[in-house]
Design a protein around this ligand. Structure first.
Ligand code: ADP
Ligand code: MG
Length: 418
C-alpha cells in the first residue's frame, strides 16, 4: 500500500474560513447596521465637547449583544477623529468594569490611559505615575485629578459593564467621578455608563443616580432580519466565497432572535457552525452544522450555569441526575426529594423542606437545566415529571467540583455508583 502523506487530506479540503477573527465579539466593525437612531442620539450628546461645552452624563442600557459596546466605541473613535480638526482636545477613555472593578484600579487605569494618549505632550513629564497597588486612595485620586487637569481638554469616560463595578464596590467610585468636575480648572469630564440591565441604579445614592442618567439611550433587541444583515456583512469578511449553504445565515439569525435578539449569539453560532464543518472536513457549512452549533452552545451555557448554582440546588440536581441515570422513565418530584434527603444525610448537609425543594426544582426549570412538566396521575394526585437537559454523568462531574462537596469527600460519590 502506498503511504499517503499526512498533510494530503488537510491540504485537499478547501478552507472554510478566510479570517475567523472578524466573527469575534471583540472586533469593532467599521459600519454599524440598524443602529442609526442610537448613533445619532449619542453623536448629538457628544458633539458638545467639540464646541468646548461639557456634555451631560449618559446611561446606556439594553440586553447583551444589542451592540452597545460596538456603538459606543464607534462613536468614540469618530469623536476623537473629529477633535483632531477642532480647537478642543477630546479624549475618550474606555474602561471595561468587568475586568477593572476596584476603586483604586478604576482611577489608576483611567489616568494611565490618558497619560498614554497624551504621550506626545510636554506636560506628561511632570505628571505622577500611579503604581498598580500600594498608594492610599486619596493620593490616587489626587494624581488622577492632576492628570486630567494638566491641559484644557474634554474627557469622555466610558464605563462599560458599569453594573459590575457597582455590585462589587458600591457607588463610591461613581460618586467621586461624578463630582470630579468641581475639582478641575482646565479640563472637563463626562461619563458614559453602559449596562445590560437597570436594576443596579437602585443601589446608587440619589445624587449619583440623577447625575449619571442625565441622558438615557436604550438599545432594543435586534429582530431576525436585522441579525441577518449583520451576519451577512461579517460573513463576507470571514468565510471563503461560496462555502455557506443557503439557509445558514437565516437559521443563525432565527435562533439568536429567539435568544433576546443577541448579535453576539448570532455570531457565535455562525463561527461554531463553521468550525464544526471544518472539523468534519466538509466543504460547505450547512444548516445541519448550525443545528449542531446551537446544541453545543446551549450545552456550554448550561455547564456555566450549573457551576454557579448554590449548594442546595446542586444537591437537588445531583438527586435528579442519579435517578435519571438509574431508570429510563421520567423522574418525579417525590422521588427526587427522597434521594435528595439521602444525599444530605451522607454529606452532612441541612435538609430543606419538600416545599423549598420544589421551589428549587422550579428554578432549575427556569434556568433551562431541566424540563419539569406537571402531570395528573389520577387518584395519586398531581406531580411533576422531570427531564434533564444535560447528561447525568456530566452533572455529577460538575457537582463534584464544588468545594464543599469535595470536602465531604468521595463517600457521597461512592454512593452514586450503581
Ligand atoms: P453589547 O455590548 O450590547 O453586549 P456588542 O456591542 O458587544 O453588544 O455586540 C456584540 C457583537 O455583535 C460584536 O461583535 C459586535 O461587533 C456585533 N454587533 C452588534 N451590533 C452590531 C451592528 N449593529 N452592526 C454590526 N455588528 C454588530
Ligand atoms: Mg458590551
Amino acid at each position: 500500500m502506498i503511504q499517503k502523506n499526512l498533510f494530503e487530506d488537510i491540504m485537499r479540503t478547501k478552507p472554510i474560513f478566510k479570517n475567523r477573527e472578524f466573527l469575534r465579539h471583540t472586533y469593532i466593525p467599521d459600519r454599524l447596521l440598524h443602529r442609526d437612531e442610537q448613533v445619532k442620539q449619542l453623536a448629538r450628546i457628544l458633539a458638545a465637547p467639540l464646541r468646548g461645552e461639557t456634555p451631560s452624563n449618559v446611561l446606556i442600557y439594553g440586553k447583551p449583544g444589542t451592540g452597545k459596546t460596538a456603538t459606543v466605541r464607534y462613536v468614540g473613535k469618530e469623536l476623537e477623529e473629529a477633535s483632531k480638526n477642532s480647537q478642543m482636545k477630546v479624549n475618550v477613555l474606555y474602561l471595561n468594569c468587568e475586568i477593572v472593578n476596584t476603586h483604586y484600579r478604576v482611577l489608576a487605569s483611567l489616568a494611565e490611559t490618558l497619560l498614554d494618549q497624551m504621550k506626545e505632550s510636554e506636560v506628561v513629564k511632570n505628571l505622577p505615575r500611579i503604581p498598580r497597588t500600594g498608594w492610599p486612595l486619596d493620593e490616587v485620586y489626587r494624581a488622577f485629578v492632576k492628570t486630567l487637569d494638566a491641559e484644557n481638554r474634554q474627557v469622555v469616560i466610558v464605563l462599560d459593564e458599569i453594573d459590575k463595578l457597582v455590585r462589587k464596590e458600591g457607588d463610591d467610585v461613581l460618586y467621586s467621578l461624578t463630582r470630579v468636575n468641581l475639582e478641575l480648572k482646565k479640563a472637563r469630564t463626562c461619563i458614559i455608563g453602559i449596562s445590560n440591565n437597570l436594576s443596579f441604579i437602585n443601589m446608587l445614592d440619589a445624587r449619583v443616580r440623577s447625575s449619571l442618567s442625565g441622558e438615557e439611550v436604550v438599545f432594543p433587541p435586534y429582530n431576525a432580519n436585522q441579525l441577518r444583515d449583520i451576519l451577512e456583512e461579517r460573513a463576507r469578511m470571514s468565510f471563503c466565497d461560496g462555502v455557506l449553504a443557503e439557509g445558514v445565515i437565516p437559521l443563525c439569525a432565527a435562533y439568536a432572535a429567539r435568544e433576546h435578539g443577541d448579535a453576539r449569539r448570532a455570531l457565535d453560532l455562525l463561527r461554531v457552525a463553521g468550525e464544526i464543518a471544518e472539523e468534519e472536513g466538509a466543504e460547505t457549512v450547512t444548516v445541519e452544522h448550525v443545528r449542531k452549533a446551537h446544541e453545543t452552545i446551549e450545552q456550554d451555557h448550561i455547564v456555566e450555569v450549573i457551576k454557579t448554582l448554590p449548594l442546595q440546588s446542586k444537591l437537588v440536581l445531583l438527586a435528579i441526575s442519579i435517578l435519571a441515570q438509574r431508570k429510563p422513565r421520567p423522574v418525579t418530584t417525590g422521588e427526587v426529594y427522597e434521594y435528595y434527603k439521602m444525599i444530605c444525610h451522607k454529606s452532612g448537609t441541612d435538609v430543606l423542606t419538600s416545599r423549598r425543594v420544589q421551589d428549587l426544582i422550579a428554578e432549575l426549570d427556569l434556568l433551562g437545566i431541566i424540563c419539569a412538566r406537571l402531570v395528573n396521575r389520577g387518584r395519586y394526585g398531581r406531580t411533576k415529571e422531570i427531564k434533564l437537559n444535560i447528561h447525568p454523568l456530566q452533572v455529577q462531574a460538575l457537582v463534584q467540583e464544588d468545594a464543599i462537596l469535595s470536602l465531604v469527600g468521595p463517600e457521597i460519590f461512592a454512593f452514586l455508583s450503581p
